[in-house]
Design a binder for this molecule. Structure first.
Ligand code: PPE
Length: 306
C-alpha cells in the first residue's frame, strides 16, 4: 500500500494540508514511546451518498482511548466527525479508509509527558481487502501465535499505538510461517482476538465471541455483527473460547473495520468445518455489507453521511 500516491490532503491539527506537508518532528513523543491513540473507519458508497460507517462511534472510542491515557484531545467528538468528513470530501473519495490519530508531540521527553503537545491527524486512503480478495471470498488460513496478547493488567483496553507492537510480532510470525493471520491467546491460554480483528466461532448454530475480559478490543464491527446476527434470529453469546474450541467449530470468522467479515477456512493446519465458507459467515458478510451501504432501514442510524 502506498497511500501517498492516492490522497491529496491530510487533516493535521485543525487544517487541511498537502500530503507531503503532513509531517512531524523526530522528537515527537509518540515516536519514541508509542503514546498515541487511533481509529480505523470505513466510508462506503451507500444509498443516498457516501457515508462513514459508525463514524461517530469510532470518534467516541477515540475519545475514550485518549481518556484512558490522560490525553486531553482539544476537539470534541462532533468536531472530529466533521474533520473526518472534510478530509474525505477534499480528497473527492466516494469510499475510503479513514485513520484518525491523536498523539503526544513536542514539549516533553522521557516518561512524564504532561507538558507534551497533543497533535491530531486524520488521514484517508483507499484500503482494499485487508486479508486479500481471495481471503474474503474463500477464507483465510490462521495460526495460533506463540506470542500472547498483551495482558489486561498491563494496559487499558484502548486502541493505543504502542500496544500494536504486540500484534505486529504475532502477524509477522504468522505471515513468515506461511499463514494469513495470527490468533492471539491471552495469558490464561484462551482466545483473545486476531492481530487486528475480533474473532467469532459458530458451533451447532450458536455464535460465540470472547468477552472483553478475554483481552480483546471492544470492536465496533464486533458489536455490529452481534447486533445484526441476533436481530436476524441467531443466538449470539460472549463466552470464553479455548484453543480446542477452535478445532471443533463449524465456522470461524474475523471482524474488523479493515477486515470487515473475513472467513477462516483453516486453523493450525486443520480445516474449519468442511473447509468451505459456512452459511452463518456468508449471512454475516451479506448483512454487514447491506448495513454499511444503507440498504437496511433499521440500521441507517449507523451511517454518518459525508
Ligand atoms: N482488534 C484489534 C487488535 C484491532 O486492531 C481491530 C481493528 C479490531 C479488533 C476490530 O475493531 P473494529 O475496527 O472496531 O471492529 N483494527 C484496525 C486497524 C488494523 C491495522 O491498522 O492494521 C481496523 O480494522 O481498522
Amino acid at each position: 500500500m502506498a497511500p501517498m500516491d492516492v490522497a491529496k490532503y491530510v487533516w493535521l491539527d485543525g487544517e487541511l494540508v498537502a500530503w507531503e506537508d503532513a509531517t512531524v518532528h523526530v522528537l515527537t513523543h509518540a515516536l519514541h514511546y508509542g503514546t498515541g491513540v487511533f481509529e480505523g473507519i470505513r466510508a462506503y458508497e451507500a444509498v443516498g451518498g457516501t457515508a462513514g460507517f459508525r463514524l461517530t462511534d469510532h470518534m467516541k472510542r477515540l475519545a475514550k482511548s485518549a481518556k484512558s491515557y490522560h490525553m486531553d484531545i482539544p476537539y470534541t467528538v462532533t468536531e472530529m466527525v466533521d474533520a473526518a468528513k472534510q478530509v474525505v470530501r477534499a480528497n473527492e473519495f466516494s469510499s475510503a479508509y479513514i485513520r484518525p490519530i491523536a498523539f503526544l508531540g513536542l514539549g516533553a521527553l522521557g516518561l512524564d509527558p504532561r507538558n507534551a503537545q497533543i497533535q491530531m491527524a486524520i488521514i484517508t486512503w483507499q484500503w482494499g481487502a485487508y486479508l486479500g480478495e481471495e481471503g474474503l471470498a474463500k477464507g483465510i488460513r490462521v495460526k495460533t501465535s506463540s506470542w500472547r496478547r498483551f495482558s489486561q493488567d498491563a494496559f487499558p483496553n484502548a486502541k493505543a499505538t504502542g500496544t500494536y507492537i504486540n500484534s505486529i510480532l504475532a502477524k509477522r510470525e504468522a505471515v513468515t510461517d506461511g499463514y494469513d493471520e495470527a490468533l492471539m491467546l491471552n495469558s490464561g491460554g484462551n482466545l483473545a482476538e486476531g492481530s487486528g480483528e475480533n474473532l467469532f466461532l459458530v458451533r451447532d448454530e450458536v455464535i460465540y465471541t470472547p468477552p472483553l475480559s478475554a483481552g480483546c478490543l471492544e470492536g465496533i464491527t464486533r458489536d455490529s455483527i452481534m447486533t445484526l446476527l441476533s436481530d436476524d434470529g441467531y443466538r449470539v453469546e460472549e463466552r470464553v473460547i479455548s484453543r480446542s474450541d477452535l478445532y471443533y467449530s463449524d465456522e470461524l470468522f474475523m471482524t474488523g473495520t479493515a477486515a470487515e467479515v473475513t472467513p477462516v477456512r483453516e486453523v493450525d493446519n486443520r480445516p474449519v468445518g468442511s473447509g468451505r465458507v459456512g452459511p452463518v459467515t456468508r449471512r454475516a458478510q451479506e448483512i454487514y455489507a447491506d448495513a454499511n451501504t444503507g440498504k437496511l432501514d433499521d440500521y441507517t442510524h449507523w451511517l454518518d453521511y459525508i
